[in-house]
Write a protein that binds this ligand. Structure first.
Ligand code: ADP
Length: 490
């Protein structure tokens, strides 16, 4: 059975109080009793002195021959007892030296029960003081002194009733006040321990919360004692656990992300290798077919001319592909080693356009420029690669009579460059994939124009290596718009 801490403490307090009150009342009552006894003794001793004086006085003031003390007592005992009772206000009994009662004031007013006093009497006859308690009465027996030493014994009957009554009253007082104090202190103790137990309960609740990972935002108690310190300790502990668990979760999340990234990379790599093999196989198959045909019909001049043209075309394609794959691999594998320099963007773009103009004209296209002064810190080779690839695509995927427009400006610390064409455009569903290696919207068209599907992937890599961005705009009309941005050099 579970007994709550407040009950335990309250009972303990009550026990302590019972002990304290018990010991206190015991000593007080004993003190009072001793004090009363000493008072009674001195009171009775005083009266015995008076009795002795009176007896001696009576003995010596008699006329004629003085009788023997024994005879005197037997003769005058009864009268003296009555007289002495008048003096002392107590019942007086006189005994001679043989222990025979010679007179008692009780004879005229006899006491209902006569106690046996023989033991006390024989003791008093040896010239000593003896007491005997009989209910509410104390019999005090003292030697009665005669002319030649002890001549008998005087017995005083003293009523202890008032003393006993006083002690009883005192006892009752102790019992009632003790009881009331006990009850009150138990109640007060219970109330006090109740608040202490409530505080402990709140600490327990806080610990429970922490166990359920519900961390506390403030100490469960604000007190300036050990419980307050414990509450503060629990609060700090909660904070520590929360931060370390959060750090662990964050670590786990990062690890999970790294694993997912690695898995995606592995998947990409597999796809990349698959694509390379596939893309390489197509021109090689074509070359092999021509070689086989030439082996069979080596004297056919038309086949020879055809084979020469196609083998050259496929070899060129293979060459370009190998070159781009090598470039891409180098970009990913090694730290990008570039010879960055300050480039005047407008001049570079004009130069690139004049190089590509011949090809554009062959396709019946025009290139227009709107370039404003801007400077970037870049590797010239990479800059050329990026824009030649973009312009080459804008030509390849254009329509006869189409146009290519190049724009450039420097604004808010960035250089923005736009390559816009009026070509066949890129369908919305393909926009997210065109930067992936080997991705082509239309494989046949791409192959016809000597495309490899690696150009934009290489462009994106080069742009990012130079801390730039490239995006394909979501355009409504025909054609495509590529927007590039690089940190500007002011
Ligand atoms: P490719 O060598 O085939 O041109 P890229 O990586 O340069 O490879 O381009 C990927 C694909 O994106 C191309 O096959 C083409 O379908 C599409 N594309 C790229 N640029 C353009 C453009 N300016 N207009 C239309 N389609 C484009």
């Amino acid at each position: 059975m579970k007994i709550s801490i407040k009950l335990k403490f309250s009972f303990f307090l009550a026990l302590l109080l019972i002990l304290a009150i018990g010991v206190l009342s015991f000593f007080v009552l004993r003190g009072v009793e001793n004090n009363q006894q000493a008072q009674v003794e001195s009171y009775l001793a005083q009266h015995v002195k008076t009795v002795n004086l009176r007896v001696k006085q009576t003995y010596y003031t008699g006329t004629g021959d003085r009788p023997e003390p024994q005879a005197f007592l037997r003769l005058r005992g009864r009268g003296m007892a009555a007289e002495l009772a008048g003096f002392t206000g107590m019942e007086v009994t006189l005994y001679d030296e043989e222990g025979v009662m010679v007179g008692s004031s009780a004879q005229s007013n006899p006491t209902p029960v006569k106690p046996d006093v023989s033991t006390a009497l024989s003791y008093a006859l040896e010239n000593k003081i003896a007491y005997q308690n009989a209910g509410d009465t104390l019999l005090y027996l003292a030697p009665l002194q005669g002319p030649e030493g002890q001549m008998g014994v005087v017995q005083l009957r003293y009523s202890l009733k008032s003393n006993n009554d006083f002690q009883h009253t005192l006892q009752n007082l102790f019992l009632t006040t003790g009881g009331i104090v006990l009850l009150l202190s138990f109640l007060l103790g219970y109330l006090y321990f109740n608040t202490a137990a409530a505080a402990i309960g709140r600490l327990k609740q806080a610990a429970e919360k922490i166990r359920r990972a519900e961390y506390i935002a403030e100490p469960p108690l604000r007190r300036k004692d050990e419980l307050g310190e414990l509450a503060q300790g629990i609060f700090y502990m909660s904070q520590e656990i929360e931060t370390s668990i959060a750090a662990k979760d964050e670590e786990q999340r990062k690890l999970q992300l790294a694993v997912e990234k690695l898995q995606a990379l592995e998947q990409q790599q597999k796809q990349y290798i698959g694509n390379i093999s596939h893309e390489f196989k197509t021109p090689l198959t074509s070359i092999k077919a021509y070689v086989d045909l030439l082996n069979m019909y080596d004297d056919d001049p038309r086949l020879l001319a055809d084979a020469k043209q196609n083998i050259a075309k496929e070899t060129q394609r293979l060459y370009e592909m190998v070159e781009k794959v090598l470039q891409l691999t180098a970009l990913e594998k090694y730290d990008f080693e570039s010879q960055s320099e300050l480039l005047e963007v407008a001049a570079e773009l004009r130069d690139i356009c004049s190089r590509m103009n011949g090809k554009a004209e062959r396709f019946g296209l025009t290139i227009s420029l709107d370039v404003h002064p801007a400077h970037v810190w870049m590797d010239r080779e990479s800059f050329m690669h990026i824009f030649i690839n973009l312009l080459d695509n804008a030509i390849k995927y254009n329509v006869p009579g189409g146009n290519i427009h190049i724009f450039c400006e420097q604004q808010e610390g960035r250089v923005r460059m736009i390559v816009r064409d009026t070509g066949i455009g890129i369908p919305a569903e393909a926009r997210g994939k065109i930067f992936e290696p080997f991705y082509t919207v239309n494989r046949d068209r791409s192959r016809q124009s000597g495309g490899t599907g690696l150009g934009l992937s290489l462009v994106q890599n080069l742009v990012e290596k130079h801390h730039g961005t490239i995006e394909l705009l979501d355009t409504e009309g025909p054609g495509s718009v590529f927007v590039l941005s690089f940190p500007a050099v002011s």
